[in-house]
Design a protein around this ligand. Structure first.
Ligand code: MN3
Length: 238
């Protein structure tokens, strides 16, 4: 449904979980008999979802998850593996590929797919079944210091998600010792900046259109009230 499936924006993943998932997938790949492939590096793998495809219902349906994770996220992985083959990017960690290709027009296709893999893995972890509600005390304190109160934080996240023109992402980030909200277009990600991503909301149409059509606000508010994973944001605070 997006014209430009290869060009999403970037988000933040739990690096440790992500690397563990990637290592597990690589091991499974090796055991399945592909170990003899003469191309040295294991390809990038689609990290497992942290919950079942219907785990976020009714806010995000299994049908949306099937396309978003099973087609779009997987598509970025398949595209990157094709694009990186026979280049200097074979075998490099996703974060290194993103850092090296960011802002370089001639590397846009590799950047877009690599960043979208990372953004989506981060997004799945930014949500959870029975999420929303009160953040853990340590995060709540930080939110209150930065936004006045919880409502102020949620309003800023919603405003960023709703005002992003076209495809992109809304982010809660750490900027020095303050939290703030930023938005990025297409595949762009705070990962390539000094900002530390804490959580993200995907506002590409493929994230909500099957469930909400043009009602992006209903999707965003549902995510903030019922799915957002504040514990994940706290872990990223470090
Ligand atoms: Mn998406």
């Amino acid at each position: 449904m997006n014209k430009q499936d290869t060009g999403d924006s970037l988000a933040v993943i739990d690096r440790r979980d992500f690397l563990m998932a990637a290592a597990g997938a690589a091991a499974a790949f090796a055991m399945s008999g592909f170990a003899g492939n003469t191309r040295a590096a294991a390809p990038h793998a689609l990290p497992p979802l942290p919950y079942a495809e219907n785990g976020l219902e009714p806010i995000i349906t299994a049908k949306t998850m099937g396309f978003h994770y099973g087609k779009h996220h997987k598509g970025y992985v398949d595209n990157l593996n094709k694009l990186a083959a026979e280049t200097e990017y074979v075998g490099l960690a996703l974060e290194k590929i993103i850092a090296d290709t960011a802002g370089r027009a001639e590397k846009a296709a590799i950047f877009n797919n690599a960043a979208q893999i990372w953004n989506h893995t981060f997004y799945w972890q930014s949500l959870k079944p029975n999420g929303g509600g009160e953040p853990p005390a340590a995060l709540k304190q930080k939110i209150e210091a930065s936004f006045g109160n919880m409502d102020g934080c949620k309003k800023e996240l919603a405003a960023a998600a709703l005002s992003q023109f076209g495809s992109g992402w809304a982010w809660l980030v750490l900027d020095g010792d303050k939290l703030k909200v930023v938005k990025t277009g297409n595949a762009d990600t705070p990962l390539t900046t000094a900002l530390k991503p804490l959580l993200t909301i995907d506002v590409w149409e493929h994230a909500y259109y099957l469930d909400y059509q043009n009602r992006r606000a209903d999707y965003v508010n549902g995510v903030l009230d019922k799915l957002i994973n504040w514990e994940f944001a706290l872990r990223n605070l470090g």
